[in-house]
Design a protein around this ligand. Structure first.
Ligand SMILES: C[S@@+](CC[C@H](N)C(=O)[O-])C[C@H]1O[C@@H](n2cnc3c(N)ncnc32)[C@H](O)[C@@H]1O
Length: 318
């Protein structure tokens, strides 16, 4: 139950996550790929970003997995139009088969829901082919620090405290340095990790309540009887209404890039450039669609403040 999401509600409310996902997809399109890779969308949710991934890479095979049955159901409906090029399955990322068969692991807005990143990166590393790429974004560093502090204060209130006995830490928000160390320990190379502030303004109190209930605090609300949900969300909405700007969520994303070394890399016997099988450049025609999609997102639905710059500064760790 802890893993379940309201897939239908998430699908309607997830414009911020969708927008961030499209930006990561643009980064994937900028990489030198062959164009026929096997890509894993790790934690596909309802498949909104996955659909763009499939459109952007029309000759790639995509496996879309998620731990939540409701999310997988929504994703299955959306992605069935792509036929046998895509398979959708309910899978816990920590239980991915150890097959070394994936060329690319793509993941957006997922890793912070998994506490054990050491194990996560080990599993992802094992499921990649040699030379395979991990490109991901999740919450990191000070992500939602203000909102989390306010939520913790409400959880401690007399009317709610008894419901949160034995409450486990829910999210993992590491910074880039810790993440780079973990990736390195798992065996990855060419590691880049960097934080990217992504403050997000929701349009009104009703949307704010629905958004935080569906996208952030559903594990909290599951602990409470339904008649207390409104009381729990009320002080958070009241705080947010007084902020400047009102209903701003202090999101911060952690961007991750890493590669599984090739045997050649490990033995220092690199093939000359031009003879490497990954030296084919991306088709520039593949680049335009997600940009249009991103620009087409209605700003009156969610005024998320994402500058559409080409590159943001990555902290190069190793
Ligand atoms: C915020 S949603 C992001 C979904 C999608 N990637 C997007 O950008 O809209 C987080 C997703 O991570 C999934 N998730 C969390 N922990 C997971 C795990 N251990 N294995 C697989 N999926 C997981 C959740 O079920 C949920 O669908």
């Amino acid at each position: 139950m802890k893993r379940e999401w309201d897939g239908a509600a998430y699908d309607k409310l997830s414009d911020p996550q969708y927008g961030w996902g499209l930006k990561v997809l643009q980064k994937l399109q900028a990489l030198p790929l062959r164009g026929d890779e096997h890509i894993l969308d790790a934690g596909c949710g309802t498949g909104r970003v996955t659909a763009d991934l499939l459109q952007a890479f029309p000759h790639c095979r995509v496996t879309a997995v998620d731990a939540s049955a409701n999310m997988v159901e929504e994703a299955g409906k959306r992605l069935s139009a792509f036929g046998p090029r895509v398979s959708v399955a309910q899978v816990d990322l920590l239980e991915l088969p150890n097959e070394s068969s994936l060329d690319i692991i793509f993941s957006t807005a997922v890793f912070h829901w998994i506490q054990d990143h050491d194990r996560l990166f080990q599993v992802l590393y094992r499921s990649l082919r040699q030379g395979g790429t991990l490109l991901a974004q999740c919450g990191g560093g000070p992500n939602l620090e203000r909102f989390r502090a306010r939520t913790a204060e409400v959880m401690r209130r007399a009317e709610f405290a008894s419901y949160f006995k034995n409450w486990d830490r829910l999210w993992e928000y590491p910074g880039p340095e810790v993440t780079a160390e973990r990736l390195k320990a798992a065996g990855f190379a060419e590691i880049k990790a960097a934080l990217e502030p992504a403050p997000t303004v929701l349009p009104d109190e009703e949307t704010f309540r629905r958004f935080v209930a569906t996208v952030i605090l559903h594990p909290h609300l599951k602990r409470l009887p339904a008649e207390l949900h409104g009381d729990f969300l009320l002080p958070l909405a009241e705080h947010a209404a007084k902020d400047t700007p009102a209903f701003l969520l202090d999101y911060c994303r952690l961007n991750i890039y890493a590669r599984k070394p090739r045997y050649d890399d490990l033995t220092q016997q690199k093939l000359p450039v031009g003879r490497r099988s990954d030296s084919v450049h991306a088709n520039p025609l593949q680049r335009s669609e997600p940009v249009r999609r991103l620009q087409g997102l209605k700003s009156d639905a969610f005024n998320y403040q994402l500058p559409l710059r080409g590159e943001y500064p990555f902290t190069k760790i190793s």
